[in-house]
Design a protein around this ligand. Structure first.
Ligand SMILES: [Zn+2]
Length: 329
């Protein structure tokens, strides 16, 4: 359910207890949890407050601790921005899930998924408290959200934006991002995207590449994508940013899909894939096969629908029912 929300002007921002003034560029360390050593663990946040008024865009990454492409997008983005060239405020949280990032795990040390823990609570689990802090200290003050993810471990994603396309402002941001694929996807319970959407904040998720590594295409597409959204929101002008320095990713515009479906293993064994992320696929097209370790007991896997491959498993060892290939259609 969408409820209307009166946006605070972006000169009333307080991030991590620090009042942000127009023209500021600063790093704020927000305490998020206490370590077993009783030291404080903080979440670093970059704030760039433009000289001119405008929207407050927050870009988040690494809610899953091993999804790293968004960190590199933010790392390359920050040097391109300055208060002088910005209308509104840009906030970046490159590592939302600091404890999981430190252990290079998708999940928190107690195996909780931070992206199922929003909006969180002050007195809940560690995940719930981190979610609550992020919402209270940052997200609730913003006007727009881009949350960057990669595929989970042993999977690859083609660069894609996920958004509720029945929500006009989010759909416009998804389009402005300009990734090769846009997939309509309702917000998932407990996700940051849902919690932000419930506050009336237009929110999109960008998914690209693999966990545990930097993927050049995913990063370039993400960088151009965030700048595209900022331009759409009139936060930057194309002239003011050094877009020319960025290796431009040429896409033939975004292709939009209404839904997506995982093709699952019809038996256990070793799966050999014959498709790649981003590839078009026909109905009944050969996707790969599952056989045992001797090449026997072979089953051919064909696509039950026509669409495009937006993700797939990289681990050939599959159990009955495991996700093999993700098709948008
Ligand atoms: Zn993720």
């Amino acid at each position: 359910m969408n409820r209307t929300r009166s946006h605070k002007p972006d000169d009333d921002l307080i991030i991590g207890g620090i009042e942000i003034s127009r023209g500021d560029q600063l790093r704020v360390e927000i305490p998020i949890t206490m370590l077993a050593t009783q030291g404080a663990l903080t979440m670093p946040v970059e704030v760039i407050a433009g000289d001119e008024h405008g929207p407050i865009l927050v870009v988040t990454s690494t809610i899953h601790g091993d999804e790293l492409n968004g960190i590199e997008v933010i790392r390359q983005l920050i040097p391109l921005l300055s208060p002088q060239s910005l209308s509104g405020t840009f906030i970046a949280i490159p590592i939302v899930n600091v404890p999981a990032f430190m252990t290079q795990s998708r999940y928190l040390p107690d195996r909780r998924d931070l992206n199922r823990s929003f909006p969180g609570s002050k007195s809940g689990s560690q995940a719930s408290r981190i979610a609550h802090t992020v919402m209270e200290q940052v997200i609730s003050q913003c006007t727009h959200l881009i949350d960057i993810h990669s595929a989970s471990a042993h999977r690859s994603n083609a660069p894609q934006v996920r958004a509720s396309l029945n929500k006009t402002a989010a759909a416009a941001c998804a389009k402005a991002f300009g990734a090769p694929f846009i997939i309509h996807s309702a917000e998932r319970d407990g996700s940051l995207r849902m919690a932000a959407t419930n506050l009336g904040i237009p929110s999109i998720a960008y998914e690209a590449g693999d966990a545990g590594r930097f993927d050049r295409d995913a990063i370039d597409t993400g960088l151009i994508g965030v700048l595209g959204v900022m331009h759409h929101l009139d936060m930057i002008s194309a002239r003011d940013i050094h877009v020319k320095k960025i290796k431009r990713v040429k896409h033939e515009g975004s292709r939009t899909f209404e839904s997506s479906k995982w093709i699952r293993a019809t038996k256990g064994g070793l799966f050999r894939s014959h498709v790649t992320p981003g590839q078009d696929i026909e109905h009944e097209e050969f996707i790969g096969f599952i056989a045992d370790a001797f090449g026997e007991g072979m089953t051919i896997i064909r696509s039950p629908l026509a669409g495009v491959v937006i993700g797939l498993t990289r681990n050939p060892v599959v159990g009955h029912g495991d996700a093999l290939v993700h098709i948008a259609y």
